[in-house]
Ligand binder design. Structure first.
Ligand code: ADP
Ligand code: 5GP
Length: 193
């Protein structure tokens, strides 16, 4: 049986990466799709684990080769999902989780209507900003740009099957893990569609 494709999206600072990192340890049936990006690595990020860090030239070459399931420009950098590893995992029966921004999520939804679309957000826009400030990975300009994008992204909530409000860390973590378990099992309780 083919695995399921799970798309996780939502504003920067919502806590997507944190939730996914924790969930992967608990849901072994789920494979994480490592994206490619032209943005520089943050402290502690490892090439091939967190992202494939590419030059713009190399990224564009891969676009022209048709290597990406989807790609998008976000905050001045390119981000894309290499298609081959995703296909291989799905074929071998593993489910795959993508953590991507809204334009990419829409493309995947179009190309793979059976993908389960999960939207993660912080309890409020103010809390989103606090988290981004607390993460301290962006320049003030980049943070402002991410907050502007966040407001647009929040309006897309209704395009998604599942909404996860990432509030209290422990509670949200457990809820997220349970949601992913249900999706991987093929259950539909977590899905609105
Ligand atoms: P995203 O991947 O959505 O951009 P991150 O996972 O990087 O977000 O989280 C953004 C910041 O918020 C990080 O500093 C992280 O430690 C913090 N964070 C994540 N989840 C929570 C939460 N439930 N409550 C408070 N802070 C959180
Ligand atoms: P960050 O720079 O904070 O790691 O990621 C910025 C945004 O790009 C986040 O919303 C993240 O989900 C998204 N992103 C990461 N990988 C991909 C990808 O392969 N494709 C698309 N479209 N977005 C991605």
């Amino acid at each position: 049986m083919r695995g399921r494709l799970v798309v996780v999206s939502g504003p920067s600072g919502a806590g997507k990466s944190t939730l996914i990192k924790e969930a992967l340890a608990e849901v072994p049936e789920l494979a994480y799709s490592v994206s490619a990006t032209t943005r520089p690595p943050r402290e502690g990020e490892v090439d091939g684990r967190d992202y494939f860090f590419l030059s713009r030239g190399e990224f564009e070459r891969r676009i022209s080769e048709g290597s990406f399931l989807e790609w998008a420009e976000y905050s001045g950098n390119l981000y894309g999902t290499p298609e081959h590893p995703v296909e291989e995992s799905l074929e071998s029966g593993h489910s795959v989780i993508l953590e991507i921004e809204l334009q990419g999520a829409r493309k995947v939804h179009e190309k793979r209507p059976d993908a389960v679309m999960v939207f993660v957000r912080a309890p409020s826009i103010e809390e989103t900003q606090r988290r981004l400030e607390g993460r301290a990975t962006e320049t003030p300009e980049a943070l402002e740009q991410r907050m502007t994008t966040a407001l647009t992204e929040l309006r897309a909530l209704e395009e998604f099957d599942v909404e996860v409000v990432n509030g209290d860390r422990g509670v949200s973590r457990e809820k997220f893990i349970e949601t992913l378990r249900e999706i991987v099992r093929g259950g539909s309780d977590a899905e609105r569609a």
